[in-house]
Design a protein around this ligand. Sequence first.
Ligand SMILES: Nc1ncnc2c1ncn2[C@@H]1O[C@H](COP(=O)(O)OP(=O)(O)OP(=O)(O)O)[C@@H](O)[C@H]1O
Length: 255
Amino acid sequence: MSFVTVRDLFQTYGSRPIIERVNVDVAEGEFISIVGASGCGKSTFLRLLLAQERPTRGEIRIDGAEPAREPGLDRGIVFQRYSVFPHMTVRDNIVAGESFRAGWGRFFGDAARAARDRADETLARIGLDHVADNYPATLSGGMQQRLAIAQALAAKPRVLLLDEPFGALDPGTRLSMHGFLQDLRAETGMTVFMVTHDLEEAFKLGDRVLVFDKPRWDPHDPSRYGATITYDFDARDGGIPFQTLKENIHVPEPH
Ligand SMILES: Nc1ncnc2c1ncn2[C@@H]1O[C@H](COP(=O)(O)OP(=O)(O)OP(=O)(O)O)[C@@H](O)[C@H]1O
């Protein structure tokens, strides 16, 4: 059963086509990695899923309906940087994330206290309880991204959109963030779309890996045509052969 349905999607800026005839069906709970050359429209595709922009042509359906224009209702988004509110404490960032669900309203009195308690529980679960009163700028990159993901999930979205969420992190932190995201996914059953430049990350985390590319190319006018999904790899159970090969590479013990 298709949960997210994309049909004949086109996006053009001025006279410049960016995305051409994108068609894809995604089941609820699937983790979709998106890869492709720089500037080929991956972030544009996420913005269309978020309904931040309307497509030039075509349609997107989430659970049978057009995606709501307000963020945080059924979709949460995390960018490479700057997804959290810098002027709010770590705890208030989580409370703000939850308040999206309440229609951007603010919590008062008992409701505010209860929201802060829930935020503290979340922070304890993601290992950020000791910095609840700090401001995001005082946290490491990995901690800020953990906070950003927890904030996006506080509104309990059914779809999480991630735009190169780990791109600015060092390899060790990136690895622990993979574990963090896999745990959250198992816990929530959410549907995820993640743009990444890291192929290994794409195949490791994704159930499917979509490749965006331009099937038509005019060498005299590179911006004449847009990109579409040229490959849709099944990445479950080890993914494509190179991933299996890589895991099987045996490095002999030194004698
Ligand atoms: N609002 C806009 N108006 C005009 N052009 C835009 C707009 N948004 C994006 N573009 C252009 O569309 C193209 C695709 O941009 P997009 O950010 O979606 O690519 P991307 O694949 O995510 O790139 P990267 O991997 O570098 O982040 C770029 O050439 C960009 O300059």
